[in-house]
Design a protein around this ligand. Structure first.
Ligand SMILES: [Zn+2]
Length: 394
């Protein structure tokens, strides 16, 4: 009995030391995620290189086809010249032979070919005369036949060259299409590359943050940093007044005009609030990006622990940031000023809300901000307005 009690005591002791929570994450896991990001980053880099070299070779092939086409054109031209020369020769030969026969007849004192033959003074002379005229015209016919067959051969060559030309042009067109596909692949790879770069940077800041907070490798980060995360109770609207210009979820992308998932909510009408942006709840600033280079522009990431659950929020396209990494904030802390930095068409706040403590960008953690913050209904067409941070909209 004592033994069982001891065992039970040990189990309870372990449980107290290492509390197990549903979305527990350790510093070690964060580091593993970081390593995975690094790996993906480097493999994306290799894919970019491979795509670049495919593009280069497709371009080079297209270029070489131009040379081949030029060559074929030149050949066609020279064969055409040859044909016309042959035609001239045929005409020339025919004429020469006729002239020769005529000369032969004239020199013999006869005016026509038949007269020449029939005026033979002996059977030998007759045969000779027939033979010589026959040979002459046969030779002429043979020569012309030969030239005609050369023309035929040349025409065949031209035909083949035209076929070759067609297939080269087709290949060139195919390569052109391939180039379009490759270029768009390259573009999306570069997009992925820079977003991975961003993720790596954020992941690094978050790891550093938890290391500083004193977390050890196998400790649940939400519990080891607990003392630094003030206990919040709920979420508030991030501006004192404004309008909703875009919901979370599928929408027509304002840049590409195609359906894409919108990772958060857009809140505009800066003049209503004066542009001040508040943290949606108590928490701690874990990431500051003060560099405007596409995407979310200047942004802030805050970690929250509300009612025992972990959340992250991201505030994008900011014009100015008023907090620093590590700052403890509450719902009344002005964290920044609404702007239009990054991929934005006008001053607005882009707000992401995520489950767990993370950089609040990837689909797996993103959630509809409306799940936690009350906002008036927005039909996707007519901006919907609100004038404080608390009024409840059904
Ligand atoms: Zn947005």
């Amino acid at each position: 009995m004592i033994r069982y009690l001891r065992l039970l005591f040990i189990v309870m002791f372990i449980f107290v030391l290492f509390p197990i929570s549903a979305n527990a994450k350790t510093l070690g896991q964060l580091k593993q995620e970081y390593d995975a990001l690094e790996k993906k980053y480097s493999s994306t880099g290799s894919s970019i290189k491979a795509t670049e070299s495919e593009i280069a070779s497709a371009k080079a092939r297209i270029e070489s086809i131009y040379t081949e086409l030029d060559q074929a054109q030149k050949e066609i031209q020279s064969i055409t010249n040859e044909i016309s020369k042959l035609n001239e020769s045929i005409f020339e030969k025919d004429k020469q032979t006729k002239e020769l026969m005529k000369f032969f007849q004239v020199s013999q004192g006869e005016s026509t070919y038949l007269e020449y033959i029939f005026s033979a003074d002996s059977i030998t002379d007759f045969i000779y005369r027939i033979t010589i005229t026959e040979q002459l015209s046969k030779y002429n016919d043979k020569l012309i036949d030969e030239m005609n067959s050369m023309i035929e051969k040349n025409n065949k060559n031209i035909e083949n060259l035209h076929v070759k030309e067609e297939s080269l042009k087709k290949l060139q067109e195919e390569l052109g299409n391939k180039l379009v596909v490759l270029s768009s692949e390259r573009e999306s790879l570069y997009d992925e590359y820079s977003s991975l770069e961003e993720d790596i940077k954020n992941s690094k800041t978050i790891i550093d943050y938890y290391i500083k907070a004193g977390c050890t490798e196998n400790q649940d980060i939400s519990s080891c940093a607990k003392e630094q995360l003030p206990p919040g109770t709920k979420f508030w609207r991030p501006v004192t007044a404004g309008c909703i210009t875009s919901n979370f979820g599928l929408r027509v992308d304002p840049f590409q005009g195609v359906y894409r998932t919108h990772s958060g909510m857009d809140i505009a009408c800066r003049s209503l609030s004066g542009g001040k942006i508040y943290s949606i709840s108590d928490g701690q600033v874990v990431t500051i990006n003060n560099v405007d280079r596409g995407g979310y522009g200047k942004y802030i990431i805050i970690h929250h622990r509300v009612n025992g659950q972990n959340y992250s929020s991201l505030y994008g396209h900011l014009e100015a940031i008023y907090v620093s990494k590590g700052d403890i904030v509450n719902k009344d802390t002005v964290i920044g000023y609404m702007g239009s930095t990054g991929r934005s068409t006008g001053p607005h706040l882009h707000l992401n809300v995520c489950h767990g403590l993370n950089s609040c960008m990837s689909t797996s953690v993103l959630t509809n901000p409306r799940n936690y913050i009350n906002f008036p209904f927005y039909d996707g067409i007519h901006y919907s307005y609100f004038y404080d941070r608390t009024s409840y909209y059904k």
